[in-house]
Ligand binder design. Structure first.
Ligand code: ADP
Ligand code: MG
Ligand code: MG
Ligand code: MG
Ligand code: MG
Length: 441
């Protein structure tokens, strides 16, 4: 394990590393990367590397464009697929302003701030995300939406054609210090899931970013296209990123209480209540694309209604059966197109709000909510998630807690990007409209 500058230098020598990729994530959750030759590493580690922040989406601040990448040495890792070409390593970076202060719109910094707040309350957050993705065929080097295989949930060879690819992704992630728990074919044709062990929120957000580009890179080596697009095929399940959450207090899981109803603590209930309260605004961050909302419809195992339950998978929040150390809540609306730093920050802030204000999550809905009639839902006061990015932007705009959590700069930029995304979409005339209206109207 790499802990300091000396460890990095030693690892570089041992593994004959020639290049280092300095990485960070923009507001939209896209990895940015600048490569330096190993000759620059001393300088990068001691004073950082300058870059033009005004060219990065959501960072724009012309007056303060000279920003610095500060490598976080604990994220040093050798990229396994580059070994025989002369080692390439990556380090994830924090972002500083010219005067040495943290850049307020650096997603890692936004998350660290909320983690600090949790720490001040005696808690630390554990996060275990389940990323789903599709493998599609390529034709003439271009991605299609033709699934690579016609396997279904938990299927295996010969129907599942991706065993070797998943295994290769797993081995690569293991080389990158991931602790893999399982990998399997998912419900849709060409769809897969690989699960890794939960960790603290920052490490896990870093891991989500690494997971996505490892998966894309390995798929490419097999001549395939991997995508984390939430809903690539209308009539199939979309790809989600369920987020499993628990709070630790010292060595204890603060969500576990063997003597309480359902063996979950009062803290768990309050945390859930906070997340439910803010979920419409959180959606703008955890489901950031026009396409995200095409996943959140009835019939495809994705949540629509704002409810919580025990093991029942029709709810937005589910409490998996495991107790003791594994006591956790599973939030099911996020999808893998989100920025994981900002998503975890928003969820944690909402949960802490619930704890601070001793909120009550209301009645548990331990039945399939989708089977209720509209009247029954109204009667029981069951609300729904926003159905478009435009709607969730309106909720995020009004959410003071999340505005404070994200900082004004990120809050403004997320709203701007969400609305630009919606405008770009609603000002197009889509194929569906032509098919439906051209000949009949
Ligand atoms: P599912 O049954 O929903 O498919 P998975 O087994 O695919 O769940 O994923 C469960 C995730 O929850 C894993 O990433 C696992 O590491 C994580 N997890 C387990 N215990 C905890 C915990 N106490 N806190 C947070 N996450 C946890
Ligand atoms: Mg799973
Ligand atoms: Mg699983
Ligand atoms: Mg799944
Ligand atoms: Mg799950």
């Amino acid at each position: 394990i790499i802990c300091n500058k000396e460890d990095v230098i030693k690892a570089i020598e041992t593994h004959n590393v020639k290049f280092i990729r300095l990485q960070f994530t923009d507001i939209q959750g896209v990895v940015k990367d600048v490569e330096i030759p190993v000759t620059q590493i001393e300088k990068a580690l001691s004073s950082g590397i300058y870059f033009d922040g005004s060219s990065i989406e959501g960072f724009v601040r012309i007056d303060e464009s000279d920003m610095t990448l500060k490598p976080d040495v604990r994220t040093f890792a050798i990229l396994p697929w580059s070994k025989d070409k002369g080692g390439v390593a990556r380090i994830i970076c924090d972002i500083e302003m010219p005067d040495g202060r943290h850049f307020e719109a650096d997603p890692r910094y936004v998350l660290k701030k909320v983690m600090k707040e949790a720490e001040d309350m005696g808690f630390s957050l554990n996060v275990g995300p389940e990323l789903e993705f599709f493998l599609f065929e390529k034709v003439d080097g271009k991605a299609t939406t033709t699934p690579h295989d016609y396997g279904r949930y938990f299927e295996f060879a010969p129907t599942d054609l991706a065993e070797d690819i998943r295994r290769d992704i797993v081995l690569t992630l293991t080389d990158l210090n991931f602790d893999i728990e399982a990998s399997h074919h998912e419900v849709a044709f060409g769809q897969h899931e690989i699960d890794f062990k939960y960790g603290d929120a920052l490490t896990t957000a870093d891991n989500v970013m690494t997971f996505k580009y490892v998966t894309r890179t390995i798929a490419k080596l097999y001549g395939l296209h991997a995508t984390f697009m939430p809903k690539p095929i209308a009539v199939e399940n979309g790809s989600g990123m369920h987020v499993n959450l628990s709070l630790s207090k010292g060595d204890e899981n603060a969500f576990y209480d063997p003597n309480a109803e359902m063996a979950i603590s009062e803290t768990t209930r309050q945390f859930i209540a906070g997340v439910l309260k803010h979920i419409k605004a959180i959606s703008c961050i955890s489901n950031p694309l026009v396409n995200s909302y095409k996943r959140l419809i009835p019939g495809y195992e994705a949540p629509v209604y704002i409810t919580w339950s025990g093991a029942n998978r029709s709810s937005l929040i589910r409490i998996p059966t495991a107790r003791g150390k594994s006591t956790r809540v599973e939030l099911r609306n996020p999808d893998p197109s989100c920025n994981p730093y900002l998503t975890f920050a928003a969820i944690l802030a909402a949960g802490l709000d619930g704890i601070k204000n001793k909120m009550d999550p209301g009645k548990i809905m331990d039945y399939n909510v989708f089977e209720l009639t509209k009247e029954e839902r109204v009667e029981r006061g069951i609300d729904t998630l926003p159905s478009t990015i435009s709607e969730s932007a309106d909720y995020l705009e009004k959410d003071e807690l999340l505005k404070n959590t994200l900082g004004v700069h990120v809050h403004d930029n997320i709203l701007r990007l969400a609305r630009a995304e919606w405008d770009a979409y609603r000002t197009q005339v889509h194929d569906w409209e032509i098919q439906r209206y051209l000949n009949t109207i």
